[in-house]
Ligand binder design. Structure first.
Ligand code: PRP
Length: 203
């Protein structure tokens, strides 16, 4: 597997707004949203960069993009349209057993791939990496199916020093450890369709 060190660095998004974060008037935000963390322009520009990097890497080798339902559907749709190469798309759904927002550390497959991946170049497409549990499980499961190569692209990764390093070959943004929604991410089945990434109001 090639090193990812030469690839572009993820954009760092801090609470202080080191990138072009729009602090919209809170009256224009949906009820339940505290503030915008990443604007639609920030996200679309980064997705175009990732699409170009991935297109350059895969060329004519036709990767299989595996989106992780449900959250990754928006990023998958944007990313695959930013890739000007031939590719294939599938989705998997997994679920963590656990109580409310606390993960139990156990993951199970709710929807598996429709095709075999042996000998294929697989790209896992995730919307967010939080505890890393979902990605670790998927990598373990898919590696056992003998693909030629597995890479990972994630739109967001939370900055969590407590989480052990995981394989993430292409990353959109590192973000603070806050409850975020939009671009596929939900809170109680709301906000997946917001075109920006926002922090949920907690108080
Ligand atoms: C989210 C997200 C990732 C996973 C990341 O999915 O889409 O797949 O959590 O969290 P982790 O790194 O702690 O494992 P979620 O389980 O909320 O399901 P959803 O995509 O259907 O909303």
């Amino acid at each position: 597997m090639e090193s990812s060190l030469e690839l572009s660095e993820p954009r760092l998004c801090s609470n202080e707004g080191t990138i072009s974060v729009t602090r919209r008037d809170s009256s224009t935000l949906p009820d339940g949203i505290e503030r915008v963390l990443l604007t639609e322009d920030d996200i679309q520009a980064r997705v175009r960069e990732l699409g170009a990097e991935l297109s350059a890497h895969y060329g004519c080798r036709k990767p299989l993009l595996v989106g992780v339902l449900t959250g990754a559907y928006v990023f998958m749709a944007d990313l695959c349209r930013a890739m000007d190469i031939e590719l294939d798309v599938e989705f998997m759904a997994v679920s963590s057993y656990g109580i409310a927002t606390e993960t139990s550390g156990v993951v199970r497959i709710l929807k598996d791939l429709d095709t075999a991946i042996e000998g294929k170049e697989v790209l896992i497409v995730e919307d967010i990496i939080d505890s890393g549990l979902t990605l670790k499980y998927l990598l373990d499961v898919l590696r056992r199916r003998n693909p030629k190569d597995i890479r990972v692209v994630a739109l967001l990764k939370k900055i969590r020093p407590d989480v052990p390093p995981l394989q993430v070959d292409y990353l959109g943004f590192e973000i603070p450890d806050e409850f975020v929604v939009g671009c596929g991410l939900d809170a109680g089945r709301r906000f997946r369709n917001l075109p920006y990434v926002a922090v949920v109001r907690t108080a």
